[in-house]
Design a protein. Structure first.
Lengths: 111, 113
């Protein structure tokens, strides 16, 4: 049973465009929602994270939007760059140690 | 500062065999978590070790077991390998408090034939 559902599976965006990746969850006990970026041959790296007491968090070009009532959260990458081409994973936890990951989104930014 | 390292990089085993994967945590981190990442999927939590004790376990059978050593390095052992165990195995280290950032290693690619 997939605790966190992620879409789309793949995404192609022009340089300078906005990349949007969506995730949905069922467990209302989840209280921490990180996003990870993974390059080929590397482990995932934390990009940005949010708690459900805020609706939006922005760090540079990366923004998380959180909708608690809809149990959805999304990652927005503004001014997408070719260097952003990677696989992105959303995740959730309510214990702080066991994280449930989405299935990933492969992002390609075309120059 | 040394990051998380894992060995070996790649491994090929046959069904029924046993395998041991190793992880050295980032300097100063005393908590280690293990994940299984099947091809095209997100990482799935196997278990976490803190102070040499298991501190949380995901939905994996007992043939998946682990150890943490006094220097905080860790091993993942898998017995009676099955074809579905073929995956990238990731180790992540962190500080002990909940919700601390997990730093992932590059993983070990295990292929079971």
């Amino acid at each position: 049973q997939q605790q966190v559902k992620q879409s789309p599976q793949s995404l192609i965006v022009q340089k300078g465009g906005i990349s949007i990746i969506n995730c949905a969850y069922e467990n209302t006990a989840f209280d921490y929602f990180p996003w990870y970026q993974q390059f080929p041959g590397k482990g995932p790296a934390l990009l940005i994270a949010i708690r459900p007491d805020v609706s939006e968090k922005k760090e540079g070009r990366f923004t998380i939007s959180f909708n608690k009532s809809a149990k959805q959260f999304s990652l927005h990458i503004m001014d997408s760059q070719p260097g952003d081409s990677a696989t992105y994973f959303c995740a959730a936890t309510n214990t702080g140690n066991q994280f449930y990951f989405g299935t990933g989104t492969s992002l390609t930014v075309i120059p | 500062e040394t990051g998380v390292t894992q060995s070996p990089t790649h491994l090929i085993k046959t069904r029924g065999q046993q395998v041991t994967l190793r992880c050295s945590s980032q300097s100063g981190h005393n908590t280690v978590s293990w994940y299984q990442q099947a091809l095209g999927q997100g990482p799935q939590f196997i278990f976490q070790y803190y102070r040499e004790e298991e501190n949380g376990r995901g939905n994996f059978p007992p043939r998946f077991s682990g150890l943490q050593f006094p220097n905080y390095s860790s091993e993942l052992n898998v017995n009676a390998l099955e074809l579905d165990d073929s995956a990238l195995y990731l180790c992540a280290s962190s500080l002990p408090s909940s919700y601390n950032e997990q730093f992932f290693g590059p993983g070990t690619r295990l292929t079971v034939l």
